[in-house]
Design a binder for this molecule. Structure first.
Ligand SMILES: Cc1cc2nc3c(=O)[nH]c(=O)nc-3n(C[C@H](O)[C@H](O)[C@H](O)COP(=O)(O)OP(=O)(O)OC[C@H]3O[C@@H](n4cnc5c(N)ncnc54)[C@H](O)[C@@H]3O)c2cc1C
Length: 86
């Protein structure tokens, strides 16, 4: 069975954006229990837009987004940028 190679390098725009920010230290890992109204797993387009939309609809919501690498690590930070009218 095919096993995907694990990507270990950052994409170009993340490298560039983080360099412009002075290469900030990674966010600390979640090490204890955290309660919230809504937990979102994954900081790609889907997770980030869901979080933004939820907060727009109800700013009082406690929304927590958990990302295992860095937001934009997955396909959202590595795509070709095509917008197709389908
Ligand atoms: C090479 C390539 C080119 C593409 N080109 C285009 C294009 O031109 N136009 C277009 O519209 N679409 C394109 N796409 C598709 C588009 O990029 C994806 O559909 C979209 O980015 C998916 O977003 P997502 O938020 O669902 O997933 P992702 O961006 O993959 O985000 C998921 C996130 O979840 C995190 N995660 C995973 N597991 C866990 C866990 N257990 N705990 C915490 N975090 C976790 C990952 O690190 C990642 O950051 C392309 C995709 C690829 C790979």
């Amino acid at each position: 069975m095919f096993e995907a190679e694990r990507i270990t390098y950052r994409n170009f725009w993340l490298e560039q954006a983080l360099a412009e920010e002075g290469d900030p230290a990674p966010a600390p890992p979640l090490e204890s229990e955290r309660r919230c109204d809504i937990a979102i797993v994954g900081g790609g387009y889907t997770g980030l837009w869901t979080a933004i939309d939820l907060k727009r609809r109800d700013p009082s919501l406690d929304v927590v987004l958990i990302e295992k690498e860095i937001c934009g690590w997955g396909g959202s930070g590595r795509n070709a940028g095509y917008l197709l009218n389908m």
